[in-house]
Ligand binder design. Structure first.
Ligand code: SAH
Length: 274
């Protein structure tokens, strides 16, 4: 049984033989600051016996765990040796079968670029009960923290959340279509390929003067952001030493942040002239 909220069923009942006493909970840990957890997430963390944690989860969130909870770091970071997804799923199923209160704590929202869907599949195949607690995804938290209203109706009819990471088979977003869409583009995992992405968007007809932003470590003490243009974004990121985790935003809505940050007296190294 999959429960997005307690007592509601989104799927058929699993085989009863393997059912654990408590559901395994996929918990969205939000972008960083523990104040941005949902109340339900905070309660689940405080009640857990076993917590399987991703790299991007802020340490302060783990302070909500019981002192005797077992915390297992199963981080996966681009470019670094990391736990394989298959291992994480096996561990999740193994722990879920123990009957202990197990939570899988994932940065942002568990189902936004977090492989939460694959983990839910693995748990469901194993016949375990599942609950999912949404979290504030970085693609919402980061632009908002920088004062960028992603769907400001004066500038954009909507927003697209896309990955900047190309699959091993070369599959990735259709940058041509996105450039023509008129949507604000919020790009996760976009730093490594920023020059290719911004080049593709301009080749598809998006003006180099289109406002753009990079926001690093949103909602953590290390938060920094930079407002610029599509043409200058990649060079600015390299020059200013921006590093993961970061969100890129491309679209006219970024100019609203520019005006707001300047009026709010935000230091110019964080909000530069577009
Ligand atoms: N499930 C997560 C996303 C996982 S993919 C969520 O919903 O937020 C990891 C990517 O998310 C990073 O490469 C980065 O692009 C983005 N990200 C996560 N936390 C971030 C933060 N605090 N600030 C900026 N970007 C962040």
């Amino acid at each position: 049984m999959i429960r997005s909220v307690p007592q509601s069923s989104l799927a058929g009942a699993p085989p009863t033989s393997a059912r654990a006493a408590a559901p395994v909970i996929l918990v969205g840990a939000g972008p960083g600051d523990p104040d941005l957890l949902t109340v339900r997430a905070a309660r689940a963390i405080a009640a857990a016996d076993v917590i399987l944690v991703d790299d991007l989860v802020d340490d302060r969130v783990l302070e909500l765990a019981r002192a005797d909870a077992r915390i297992v770091h199963v981080g996966k970071r681009g470019g670094r040796a990391s736990t394989s997804q298959a291992f994480i799923e096996r561990l999740l199923v193994h722990e879920g079968r123990s009957g202990r209160r197990v939570i899988r704590l994932k940065g942002g929202d568990p189902f936004v670029f977090g492989r939460g869907g694959e983990e839910m599949d693995a748990l469901h195949r194993a016949g375990l009960e599942i609950e999912v607690i949404p979290g504030i995804t970085a693609g919402i938290a980061a632009p908002t923290a920088a004062g960028i209203p992603v769907t400001d109706r004066r500038h954009a009819p909507g927003v697209a959340f896309v990955t900047g990471h190309t699959q091993p088979d070369g599959a990735g977003p259709d940058w041509d279509a996105l450039a023509r869409s008129g949507l604000t583009l919020v790009i996760y995992m976009g730093l490594a390929h920023c020059a290719e992405i911004t080049g593709a968007l301009q080749s598809a007809g998006l003006a180099g003067s289109t406002p753009a932003a990079v926001i690093q470590s949103a909602c953590t003490p290390q938060q920094r952001f930079h407002l610029t243009t599509l043409a200058a974004l990649a060079a600015d990121i390299a020059r200013l030493g921006y590093a993961a985790p970061a969100i890129l935003v491309v679209g006219d809505v970024v100019q609203v942040a520019q005006a707001w940050n300047v009026d709010a007296g935000v230091p110019v190294d964080r909000a530069v002239a577009i």
